[in-house]
Design a protein around this ligand. Structure first.
Ligand code: GCB
Length: 592
């Protein structure tokens, strides 16, 4: 799914701004004709989470309506017009001038509808989008689950995950035009052969016939080729001599221009920046462009005061500056896909991404039908994620889930030996991972495991990714004991699975300004010691492929008796991006 763009052929109109808004707790709005106008609207910012904009809506996750008007310039006539929503959490339904044009389930991923046939060209048009984020066990991520590990979390609202279940339209809403015959999709994959970069481009168009012109250029080179469409598909390989490869050290981008030509006319055009690079796993290493790379960085969240989970561009620029300052080369989009603007920034700044699906907190204590429903949702979200992010050189690995809970989770928490698991649950991940590899054989695939995750699940992945909190949730205040267990487990995992291992989360809640000598839980000193201990353990093990600290910055959670003030304080930066002591330690260590 192409990111919308303005160019010589296509038009783009950003509908971000102040919209009308009204909650609909009893679901009466549709019958009452709210798709044509809201009876008692209040203003709301799009993008943004409603929970942050109105105090009395902080915990409201039910149905709400967004509405606004727009006019379409006459110059767009003759084109197809699409409405594209970057993300609405969780379920959205869209109306144009009172006609329902479509719906979408699952947050954090874009959806779009062709609205041409419902537009008024000589009049204002009315757009209404209803959104709800009810927490339900059958959704992905699930909510309101109750029992087992979820009871332990005891969060209000009852999410099955440790971040605030922000609701609303979180990313820009665009109108854009495409010609009647247009480029529908472009897929770019790259290989390296000696000093030549092979760029394989597959173009899909809405119609058939005609030809496709490709132009790939950077400051030093310019390559062009033309290929006939075979039906609606065209494919070509461009060989870039002396290719300048994309990497964190040199995030070099080439610009690819795709033109659709019919009857000698340029009917459509699309430009995208691409990077030439390869990713693989060999032995105990992740290879980028054939060379081992160690991932240094964080798990993060899209989270900030007032904007909530809404796209916040100044914050994004600030965060990339801090990632550079501290010497990180990567992060994971824990625990859902981040904005497309983030992915473009990662391409440009040379940050490697583990791109995670919204599947956090999956569980198996439910009927076979419910498990099958959840698997279908996970598959749909992987399809939508790959369709969106497949062309980003920054994305090197897909994460199909964070901390799925095996059955008998509590017994597993207590055990320090790997326990066997019901093969039915393994088949769930087999299917999901197989689909992911089929959709994109060019990247790595993982799932991120909690303590007690069966080795059968890790065996399905390219990199063994684990989250560990020895010294915090267990062995709290007894770091030496915690580290002894950690190192024992790392060695055991590696000898059982024979693959690179990466810790995707480790960290300690740290109240900024809390100090203790000797170090103790919640103090800045303890966070420093714990992170150093884990990093030393990884340095001593050549099979370790990366270390991602939990978390980049403090972030909002539900209310719970382990979350002071409704925050997770494991950030090395505060929520307003001030460095804790640990940030200075990491800066020295990662820049050394
Ligand atoms: C985890 C989760 C993450 C939590 C973190 C914590 O294992 O993956 O979402 O925020 O632990 O701080 O408890």
């Amino acid at each position: 799914m192409l990111y919308p763009q303005q160019n010589e052929v296509r038009n783009l109109f950003d509908l971000s701004g102040i919209w009308d808004f009204q909650i609909d707790p009893h679901g009466a709005g549709e019958a009452a004709g709210w798709s044509g106008g809201l009876p008692d609207a209040q203003p709301i910012a799009v993008p943004g989470s409603w929970n942050e904009q109105y105090g009395d809506l902080r915990d409201y996750l039910g149905l709400a309506w967004y509405a606004r008007s727009f006019c379409i310039p006459a110059a767009w006539q003759g084109s197809r017009v699409r409405l594209r929503v970057g993300s609405a959490v969780y379920r959205a339904e869209v109306w144009i001038n009172g006609h329902k044009v479509g719906d979408h389930d699952g947050g954090h991923l874009p959806f779009e509808f062709d609205i041409t046939d419902h537009l008024r060209w000589d009049h204002e048009n009315h757009l209404a989008i209803s959104v709800e984020n009810e927490l339900k066990p059958t959704r992905v991520p699930p909510g309101n689950v109750g029992g087992g590990a979820f009871a332990l979390m005891g969060s209000y609202p009852a999410a099955s995950y440790d971040f605030f279940p922000y609701a609303g339209i979180h990313r820009p809403v665009y109108l854009y035009s495409v010609p009647q015959q247009h480029i529908e999709d472009v897929t770019v994959t790259t290989e390296i052969d000696g000093s030549t970069g092979q760029v394989r481009v597959v173009v899909a168009q809405s119609g058939s016939g005609g030809s496709c012109h490709l132009h790939l250029k950077d400051d030093a080179s310019s390559l062009e080729t033309a290929v006939e469409f075979d039906g609606s598909r065209a494919e070509a390989i461009l060989d870039v001599a002396n290719a300048r490869l994309w990497s964190p050290a040199d995030p070099h981008l080439y610009q690819l221009t795709v033109s659709l030509i019919d009857d000698g006319l340029h009917v459509d055009r699309y430009r995208l920046d691409i990077g030439i690079r390869t990713v693989a796993v060999k032995g105990d290493h992740i290879l980028l462009n054939g060379e081992p790379i160690f991932l240094k960085g964080f798990g993060r969240h899209e989270d900030f005061a007032v904007s909530g989970r809404g796209l916040n561009l100044p914050l994004m620029v600030k965060d990339y500056g801090l990632l550079k300052w501290i010497g990180a080369n990567s992060y994971r989009t824990s625990h859902y896909p981040y904005s497309e603007e983030e992915m473009r920034m990662a391409d440009r700044e040379g940050i490697l991404i583990i791109d995670e699906s919204p599947a956090v907190g999956l569980f198996f204590e439910s009927s076979d039908d419910d498990i099958a429903t959840r698997l279908d949702l996970c598959k749909t979200q992987m399809r939508e994620l790959i369709r969106r992010d497949k062309n980003h050189p920054s994305v090197i690995m897909w994460s199909v889930a964070n901390e799925p809970f095996p059955p008998d989770m509590m017994r597993r928490f207590a055990s320090h030996e790997p326990l066997p698991v019901d093969p039915k649950t393994t088949r769930f991940f087999e299917e999901l991972i197989r689909l992911t590899r089929d959709l994109d054989p060019s990247r790595l695939v993982t799932l991120v495991g909690i303590h007690g995750t069966p080795n059968d699940w890790h065996a399905l992945t390219d990199v063994v990714c684990i989250n560990r909190y020895y010294g915090w949730y267990s062995q709290g205040g007894q770091l030496d004991q915690g580290l002894a267990l950690l190192t024992r487990e790392l060695d055991a995992l590696h000898s059982a699975l024979g693959k690179p291992v990466m810790i995707c989360e480790f960290g300690a809640d740290t109240i900024p300004g809390a100090h203790a000598e000797p170090a103790e839980l919640w103090s800045e000193e303890y966070q420093v010691l714990m992170l150093e201990g884990y990093l030393d353990a990884a340095d001593a093990r050549p099979f370790m492929a990366g270390m991602h600290i939990w978390n980049f910055a403090d972030f909002k959670t539900g209310q719970g008796n382990r979350r002071v003030g409704g925050y997770n304080y494991k950030g090395v930066f505060t929520r307003d991006r001030r460095p804790k002591m640990a940030a200075h330690m990491l800066k020295k260590r990662w820049n050394a």
